[in-house]
Design a protein. Structure first.
Length: 315
């Protein structure tokens, strides 16, 4: 375990200017579920919050790999190093309850992106993944009036954000003639994410629709369709704002994408934890859910959305 913890810290990225924790300031940590460009917006949000919270030391951390064990070891190390509050996107909430409760007994614990509602976390700040799934399903219904068979692709099949997005999608397409036949997981292995799509194209010629439920899945769908000469022949509904995804929406090769607001998770999350440490619990709703709305991006509004993203990450 000692070696595991060292590996975690070595692979983590500290946001604060100092490589060590500032001992004279309360320290707040934002932990992601895996290394992905998706999290650059959250990092930008944390940076914006740091400018408004000069009396706090803000940390932005990546586990060495996207596993519950490495996330939990990272939390243990952060608490041992003096971190005062943690916000985390859980890679595997069902198998992290004991670890989360152990951390929550020591410091205020919040979740983002993927909740762990059965733990003792104080609140979840992020998207309604069910609503996001419904929005994706609505785009599929609009694009496929005659129905069709869809295959989904996602990172962690057991993560709450994946389960809820899939359920929302199924709810939205019910009775439309659209069927989500299956969802293939890849555990945030990008090579596997691509091979999953290749395998479906080879073995399931009846699939007329694909849904990429995690940010990197739509670009892998794009690569596979392009390589197979099938861009524009398969209806694709995406999630999040990878540049490849936005380009495919702009080209008309994807019908659209459902975007979250990870910038606000980082920005609002840091300010929420700082206020909580100061004794202000007024921002915590009774149900523990602080929802940042998601929205649909199509060819009609993709350019305006891309300009907004560019401004947020500094050009």
């Amino acid at each position: 375990m000692k070696h595991l913890k060292s590996l975690v810290l070595a692979a983590s990225v500290a946001f604060a200017a100092s490589p060590s924790f500032a001992q004279d300031k309360p320290s707040l940590a934002f932990i992601v579920n895996a290394a992905s460009d998706f999290w650059k917006l959250s990092e930008a949000g944390v940076k914006a919050a740091q400018a408004e919270l000069p009396d706090y030391d803000l940390q932005f951390r990546y586990p060495a790999q996207g596993t519950a064990a490495l996330q939990n070891a990272l939390m243990d190390d952060l608490v041992a190093a003096g971190t005062d509050a943690i916000m985390i996107s859980s890679a595997d909430p069902k198998n992290s309850i004991d670890a989360f409760n152990r951390i929550a007994a020591q410091v205020p614990l919040f979740t983002t992106d993927s909740d762990a509602p059965n733990s003792n976390r104080i609140a979840y700040l992020g998207s309604s993944n069910t609503d996001a799934g419904v929005q994706a399903g609505e785009m599929a219904v609009a694009a496929m009036p005659d129905g069709g068979k869809c295959m989904g692709f996602v990172g962690f099949l057991g993560a709450d954000n994946a389960v809820e997005r899939i359920a929302g999608f199924r709810k939205a397409v019910e009775g439309s003639g659209i069927e989500l036949v299956d969802v293939r997981g890849d555990d945030v292995d990008f090579a596997r994410a691509r091979s999953n799509v290749d395998d479906v194209l080879a073995a399931n010629p009846d699939i007329t629709c694909m849904v990429g439920f995690y940010s990197y899945n739509p670009p892998k769908i794009y690569e596979a369709l392009q390589a197979a000469g099938k861009l524009g022949q398969v209806t694709v509904v995406a999630f999040d704002e990878d540049p490849v995804t936005l380009g495919a929406v702009r080209e008309g090769n994807f019908v659209g994408t459902v975007v979250q607001d990870p910038y606000q998770w980082g920005y609002q999350g840091m300010k929420l934890m700082a206020a909580y440490l100061q004794g202000d619990k007024s921002q915590i709703p009774s149900d523990g859910l602080i929802i940042v709305p998601t929205k649909k991006i199509t060819k009609d509004n993709v350019d305006a959305f891309a300009a907004e993203l560019k401004a947020r990450v500094g050009g």
